[in-house]
Design a protein around this ligand. Structure first.
Ligand SMILES: Cc1ncc(C[n+]2csc(CCOP(=O)(O)OP(=O)(O)O)c2C)c(N)n1
Ligand SMILES: [Mg+2]
Length: 662
C-alpha cells in the first residue's frame, strides 16, 4: 500500500511534469499543498467522481487558482473523467486542463479561479447557499442539504481586498461548514513577503469571528488531520487553518523560493526532485498502488447512495418540497412562469405608471418574488436607493438566514458571493448598488459572464440624471463597459413596461448574467400595443414610425427615450419623417437576425443616438455620418434636470443633431 507521502508525491510529480511539458504554469503551490490535499481529499471531502453534480456533495474551491495542477491531479487521481491525456495537454488549446481551473471544462471544478481573492469569496457564497437552502428545505430528521465547503487559498488571496469583504461576512453569518486552508508559505511572485505582507492573519480572521487553527505544519498529515477535526467541531463559525508550507516542496534547489511559483522547474531540477522525493516513475506514469490509494469512486458512490436514500425518504414524506428542491437545483423556472409573467407584463402595461425605472424594477421584483422562492436579493448598503427589497422578504440578520442580504458596503464581495450562490445552485441571486460602483465589482460581474452564471445586477442612479451627488456618482463610461463584457446582457429600460420585460428576460436567461441599468429619476409612463410588447424582448424595436422611408432614425434608451420622442414630434411638425427606435438592450438586439435588425435600423437611413453616456459606443449603430448626443466628460454636481440641460440632453439639441445629419 502506498504511503501518504507517496500519494502526495503523485500530485507533485504530475504538477512538475505537466508544467515542464507545457513549459508554462505554477508547480510551487501544488507541490507545497500536496500533503494537505491528500488528507482532505482522501479522508474528508465527500464527493463522487462519477457524479460531479450530485446536489449534496461537498464543494472544493482552489482559490489560489494558479496552482491549477493541484486540482487537475486530484480530479484525475480520485477517478473523475479527466484522463491522463488531458493532463498531458495542460494549458494547450481545448484541453480540459486550462491554465487556470475553468468552470465547465474539467469535471469537478466548481468555480473558475485565478483572479486572486475571488475563489475564497465564491466559497463564502457556496457555504451561504448551503445554509440558506438547509433552512428552506430541511425538515426534522431529514437533512437533505448538509454539506461542507472547503477552500485552499494563498497569500495572494489574503492580500486581495475582496477576501476581506467576503470573509468578514462569513464570520458575521456564522458559516460553520466553511473551512479554509491558508497556504502560509511566505512567498508571492515578488519573493519573500516580509516587505509587503505582514498582517497578523490569524488575528485578522479571529476579528472577523472565525475559528482559527494557527501554526499547523502543512507537511504533517497528523497535524492537518487534527486541525480538520477541530474545524468540524466548531459549528457556528467558519474555520481558518493556517498551514505552514514550503512552496515547491521536494525540489532541492527551488523549494522555498519564488523561482518555483510560476515557471517550469527545468529538466535538471525535475530530475533532481524525482531523486529527492524518491519518485522513480516516468512522467505521467502513476503506479497502480498509487491509483488505488487515491481512487474515490467506491466511497463516493457510497456517499451519494446514502444521500439518494435520504432524499427518497424526504420525497416520500414531503413530495412537494422534494420536487421543488429538484426544480431549483436544476435551475428550471416554475411551471406557471410563462402565464404569470405574461400577466405581469400586461398589468404593468395597463397601469403604464410614470415612475423611476428603479421603482419599476422594485414593482417587478415584488411580483416575481412571489413566483421565485429561489430569489436571494440584496444590496451593498443601498437597499433604500436601489429598491431591491420586496414585501415579505426575510432579511438575513447575522447568523439568522433569510432571502434578502444586506451585504454592507462590499460591492465586489457581493458579486463574488452571488457567483458562489449561483454556482451552488438552488438560488437565483440579485444584488444592487449605484451603477457608478459597478466598477468596484466589475471583475466579479465579468466572472459571472465567464462562468455562464445567472446573476442579476441592479444598477441604479444610471447617469448624470442622478443629480446632486456629482461626478463621483455619475456613470459615463460604465454602461458601455458592461456591454463589452462577452455574455453580459445589459438592459437600460425606458419605462415601467420595458423594466418588467427586462427583469423577465434576466430571470429566463439561464446562460449568463444581466445588468439592469436603472434611473433614479422618474420617467414617463408609456402604453405599448401587443405587437410592441413582443418586440421589446428583441432588445431594440421601432417605437414610432412614419409611412414610407424615414429621413432620420432616432435611437434612444432609458431616460432619453422621452427626449427622442419629443424631438421627433418637433421634427414631424417641421415636415420631417422620423422613426424613433427604443434600444433598451444592444446586446439582445445584436443577437437578432439581420432581417429584423434591418427592419429596425433600415440601411441607408441617417441615424442619431441619444444616451446620457459616453457617445463612442453608439458609432457602431449610427456610423460616422450619424450623430450621437452623449457625454464624454465627467458630470457635475447639480439637480439632475439642470445637468441634462447643461450637458445638452434637451429636445432642441436632439432636433439639431437630427438636422445636422439629414
Ligand atoms: C487579482 C490577481 N492579481 C494578480 C494575479 C497574478 N498572480 C498570480 S499568483 C500571484 C502571487 C500569489 O501569491 P501566493 O498566493 O502566495 O501564491 P504562491 O506563490 O504562494 O503559490 C499573482 C500576483 C492574479 N492571478 N490575480
Ligand atoms: Mg504564497
Amino acid at each position: 500500500m502506498a504511503t501518504r507521502k507517496e500519494l502526495a508525491n503523485a500530485i507533485r510529480a504530475l504538477a512538475m511534469d505537466a508544467v515542464q511539458k507545457a513549459n508554462s504554469g505554477h508547480p510551487g503551490a501544488p507541490m507545497g499543498m500536496a500533503d494537505i490535499a491528500e488528507v482532505l481529499w482522501n479522508h474528508h471531502l465527500r464527493h463522487n467522481p462519477a457524479n460531479p453534480k450530485w446536489a449534496d456533495r461537498d464543494r472544493f474551491v482552489l482559490s489560489n487558482g494558479h496552482g491549477s495542477m493541484l486540482i487537475y491531479s486530484l480530479l484525475h487521481l480520485t477517478g473523475y473523467d479527466l484522463p491522463m491525456d488531458e493532463i498531458k495537454t495542460f494549458r494547450q488549446l481545448h484541453s480540459k486542463c486550462a491554465g487556470h481551473p475553468e468552470y465547465g471544462y474539467a469535471p469537478g471544478v466548481e468555480t473558475t479561479t485565478g483572479p486572486l481573492g475571488q475563489g475564497i469569496a465564491n466559497a463564502v457564497g457556496f457555504a451561504m447557499a448551503e445554509k440558506l437552502l438547509a433552512e428552506q428545505f430541511n425538515k426534522p430528521g431529514h437533512d437533505i442539504v448538509n454539506h461542507r465547503t472547503w477552500v485552499f487559498l494563498g497569500d495572494g488571496c489574503m492580500m486581495e481586498g475582496v477576501s476581506h469583504e467576503a470573509c468578514a461576512l462569513a464570520g458575521t453569518w456564522g458559516l460553520g461548514k466553511l473551512t479554509a486552508f491558508w497556504d502560509d508559505n511566505g512567498i508571492s511572485i515578488d519573493g519573500h513577503i516580509e516587505g509587503w505582507y505582514t498582517d497578523d492573519t490569524a488575528k485578522r480572521f479571529e476579528a472577523y469571528g472565525w475559528h482559527v487553527v494557527p501554526n499547523v505544519d502543512g507537511h504533517d498529515p497528523v497535524a492537518i488531520e487534527a486541525a480538520i477535526e477541530e474545524a468540524k467541531k466548531v459549528t457556528d463559525k467558519p474555520t481558518l487553518i493556517c498551514t505552514k508550507t514550503i512552496i515547491g516542496w521536494g525540489s532541492p534547489n527551488k523549494s522555498g523560493s519564488h523561482d518555483c511559483h510560476g515557471s517550469a522547474l527545468g529538466d535538471a531540477e525535475v530530475a533532481a526532485t524525482r531523486a529527492n522525493i524518491g519518485w522513480n516513475h516516468d512522467p505521467f506514469v502513476i503506479p497502480q498502488d498509487i491509483y488505488d490509494g487515491w481512487n474515490a469512486r467506491t466511497k463516493g458512490q457510497g456517499s451519494e447512495t446514502l444521500w439518494n436514500n435520504k432524499f427518497a425518504e424526504y420525497a416520500a414524506a414531503y413530495p412537494a418540497e422534494a420536487a421543488e428542491f429538484k426544480r431549483r437545483m436544476a435551475g428550471e423556472l416554475p411551471a406557471n412562469w410563462k402565464e404569470a409573467t405574461a400577466a405581469l407584463i400586461q398589468a404593468t402595461n395597463e397601469k403604464a405608471e410614470g415612475v423611476a425605472t428603479r421603482k419599476a424594477s422594485q414593482n417587478a421584483i415584488n411580483a416575481l418574488a412571489g413566483l421565485l422562492p429561489e430569489f436571494v436579493g440584496g444590496s451593498a448598503d443601498l437597499t433604500g436607493s436601489n429598491l431591491t427589497n420586496w414585501t415579505g422578504a426575510h432579511h438575513v440578520h447575522g447568523k439568522k438566514p433569510g432571502n434578502y442580504i444586506s451585504y454592507g458596503v462590499r460591492e465586489f464581495g457581493m458579486a463574488a458571493i452571488m457567483n458562489g450562490m449561483a454556482l451552488h445552485g438552488g438560488i437565483l441571486p440579485f444584488g444592487g448598488t449605484f451603477h457608478m460602483f459597478s466598477d468596484y465589482m466589475k471583475n466579479g460581474m465579468r466572472m459571472s459572464a465567464l462562468m455562464h452564471q445567472r446573476v442579476v445586477y441592479v444598477l441604479t442612479h444610471d447617469s448624470i440624471g442622478q443629480g446632486e451627488d456629482g461626478p463621483t456618482h455619475q456613470p459615463v463610461e460604465n454602461t458601455s463597459g458592461l456591454r463589452y463584457i462577452p455574455r453580459m446582457d445589459v438592459w437600460r429600460p425606458a419605462d415601467s413596461v420595458e423594466t418588467a420585460i427586462a427583469w423577465v428576460a434576466a430571470v429566463e436567461r439561464s446562460e449568463g448574467p444581466t445588468s439592469l441599468v436603472l434611473s433614479r429619476q422618474n420617467v414617463p409612463g408609456i402604453k405599448h400595443d401587443d405587437a410592441q410588447l413582443a418586440l421589446i424582448r428583441k432588445g431594440g424595436y421601432v417605437f414610432s414610425d412614419v409611412a414610407g422611408k424615414a429621413d432620420v432614425i432616432l435611437i434612444a434608451n432609458g431616460s432619453e427615450l422621452d427626449l427622442a420622442i419629443k424631438a421627433a414630434a418637433v421634427l414631424t411638425e417641421e415636415g420631417k419623417k422620423v422613426r424613433v427606435v427604443s434600444m433598451p438592450s444592444t446586446n439582445v438586439f445584436d443577437r437578432q437576425d439581420q432581417a429584423y435588425k434591418d427592419s429596425v435600423l433600415t440601411p441607408g437611413v441617417k441615424r442619431v443616438a441619444v444616451e446620457a453616456a459616453h457617445p463612442d459606443f453608439w458609432r457602431k449603430y449610427v456610423g460616422l455620418e450619424g450623430a450621437v448626443v452623449g457625454i464624454d466628460t465627467f458630470g457635475e454636481s447639480a439637480p439632475g434636470g439642470a445637468l441634462f440641460k447643461h450637458f445638452g440632453f434637451t429636445v432642441d439639441n436632439v432636433v439639431n443633431a437630427a438636422k445636422s445629419v439629414m
